[in-house]
Design a protein around this ligand. Structure first.
Ligand SMILES: [Zn+2]
Ligand SMILES: [Zn+2]
Length: 398
């Protein structure tokens, strides 16, 4: 079993941390408990050079940092209709080939990490097929830059139904997406889309894969469910916490029903723009009762450990010394964050971090928390109990 986060961004993408460098990403991903991570932004020449000089090649599509963290070549691109796609590449030469093919179609290939490509989804798919890569929609239901903000079906975008994977995004989960019948054969991905390397961001969503070895071919077989390989877990934040979960104003974050948003022509009383939430978009696309195909793995909801500690200890920030000290103690005791969040038995956590923290982690595992949903670009708020009046928004840490 390996834990994989396929989608992050480098320091060359907009709004990212200067710490998004391979050595930092590798070390922090290890503390998180990931085994393999997508390089992100691999079409950017500067990032690709930095990547190549920071890792050793295991095989054409698999790379390793000296910390032991493995990498595969991935990027996100924005197409001509502002739809985002995740692309996975089989080799460095295929990245070069892709760069060459789109060189006249992209105005910012080397000046941005997530480049724009003036092509349609199906044209991108053709190129990806030619280089033997994989493509699928990023954060598929979000209101600004996703496939379903633009189209009603995968086929409308790619001119084929045969798409290997779809990234759910932070505002959706398996339960929501499995009411769309065309997704029954598609592997769902839960990725962080992280812009900073700290373990409360990187791997905040990840996938657990059953593979025979930790390498590119085995990972591709898991996505395609070949040779007994498959995804065995999707782990993500509760979709209610996602910043586009509900339909809401993007200026004052007031929430709206679809009906009232339409009545007001998507203008909030404050004058701001109302954006359709992921939950409402999925309701429009829904064409069946929730039906999980037999290959669909369980979806575990969690949030980063540092945030659970902030909530439990009643502190303001993930950067406070108390939170950091306890976080380090837990990681030293149980090796990595993913173990603490989803594996380590309650009694063992309690011995290290006390009853309250242990209870909070179990409450997350079992869904016994209260969430005030996010929308319009603001993350939801989490309360450990319904009576908890000490509200704090995920904005402080996401
Ligand atoms: Zn994106
Ligand atoms: Zn407003």
């Amino acid at each position: 079993m390996i834990n994989v986060d396929f989608h992050i961004h480098s320091m060359y993408s907009g709004g990212t941390s200067n710490n998004m460098e391979i050595p930092v990403i590798a070390e922090q991903s290890k503390l998180k408990g990931l085994n393999t991570i997508g390089s992100g932004d691999c079409l950017n020449k500067n990032w690709l050079n930095h990547f190549v000089s920071s890792v050793t090649k295991i095989d054409d599509g698999t790379f390793e940092h000296k910390s032991g963290m493995r990498f595969i070549l991935t990027t996100e691109v924005e197409d001509q209709l502002r739809v985002h796609h995740v692309i996975i590449f089989p080799s460095l030469s295929s990245v070069e080939e892709f760069r060459y093919i789109i060189r006249d179609k992209s105005p910012n290939l080397d000046t941005d990490g997530r480049c724009n490509v003036n092509l349609a989804g199906d044209e991108l798919l053709d190129i990806v097929n030619n280089i033997d890569g994989l493509i699928g929609p990023s954060h598929a239901f979000t209101p600004w830059t996703s496939i379903y903000k633009e189209y009603d079906t995968l086929e409308d975008c790619y001119k084929t139904k045969n798409i290997p994977f779809l990234e759910l995004g932070l505002s959706a989960d398996t339960h929501m997406a499995d009411c769309i019948s065309e997704l029954k054969d598609v592997t769902f991905m839960t990725n962080s889309d992280a812009h900073s390397p700290w373990p409360h961001r990187i791997g905040r969503e990840f996938n657990r894969l059953k593979v025979k070895d930790n390498n590119y071919d085995e990972i591709i077989n898991a996505i395609r469910r070949r040779g007994g390989n498959q995804f065995v877990l999707n782990v993500g934040i509760d979709p209610d916490l996602g910043k586009y979960h509900m339909t809401a104003c993007t200026r004052c974050y007031k929430k709206y029903t679809i009906k009232s948003a339409l009545e007001q022509k998507n203008r909030c009383t404050c004058g701001g723009l109302i954006k359709k939430g992921v939950a409402d978009r999925i309701k429009e696309l829904c064409d069946q009762e929730v039906t999980h195909p037999s290959h669909r793995p369980k979806y575990i909801k969690t949030i980063p450990l540092a945030e659970i500690l902030v909530q439990t200890l009643g502190l303001a920030s993930v950067n406070s010394k108390k939170v950091q000290d306890l976080w380090k103690l837990l990681i030293q005791s149980f090796k990595n964050e993913i173990n603490v969040l989803i594996v380590t038995p309650r009694e063992e956590i309690e011995k290290v971090a006390g009853e309250k923290v242990a209870q909070a982690i179990i409450d997350f595992r079992e869904g016994n928390i209260y969430i005030e949903p996010g929308g319009g670009g603001m993350y939801g708020k989490v309360h450990l109990t319904k009576k908890d009046r000490n509200q704090s928004s995920l904005d402080t840490f996401l």
